[in-house]
Design a protein around this ligand. Sequence first.
Ligand SMILES: [Zn+2]
Length: 233
Amino acid sequence: MLPILEQLLFLQESDLSIRKLVAEKDAIPAARAALERRLAALGGAHEKALQTAKETEVKRSMLEKDVRSRREQIQKYEAQRSQTRKNEEFQAIGAAIETTRADISRIEDQQLELMEALESMQPEIESTRNELNAAKGIITKEIADLDQKSVNLAERIVSETAERDRRTTGIDDGVLDTYRRLLHTRDIAVVPLQSEYCGGCDIKVVPDVAVQTRASKELVQCNKCSRFLYPVR
Ligand SMILES: [Zn+2]
């Protein structure tokens, strides 16, 4: 094979490897963000379960306070009733006591419902906590691994770029420019010519191009896509 073609292929190997490393590194922030979102979602689910229980407990303790004050009210009514001598007032206070007792009974029923609700929330609190704790360790490690991977990739990109630059030594500037442009616009710059078909654009090249490529005396470009061609049997 023409030495310049070998050199270009060698260079292309470096460039494609670097391109892969860069793509891998570029994908890390999104993967990291997804892990963080997952952790936040698990934390949020647990927080929500706790918050619902807390709100229910607040309601329940308000009802408890309500019952206490109504019991005190009954005591006051009873003291009033023992003081009165008027039958009408005695009856009225008795009725108020009955109403208050009924209220207490109704509020206590509500309290009971809230306590049952609180009880039923415990499994949810427990399972969201367990899920969060189990995931926290794993996800934190995965995030740390991604950060480490990003550092490693950055180092490899630097060293492979240095190697790539070394591989350009001795290549004519014009050829190098064409190669770079092809790599950038056509994804790959040096392709095989197999049975007269360009390995880049898959068309059958014109006879001159096929003959020149096989002759291996100069750099030949595909007449359709301009990629450099190297002959293969
Ligand atoms: Zn082509």
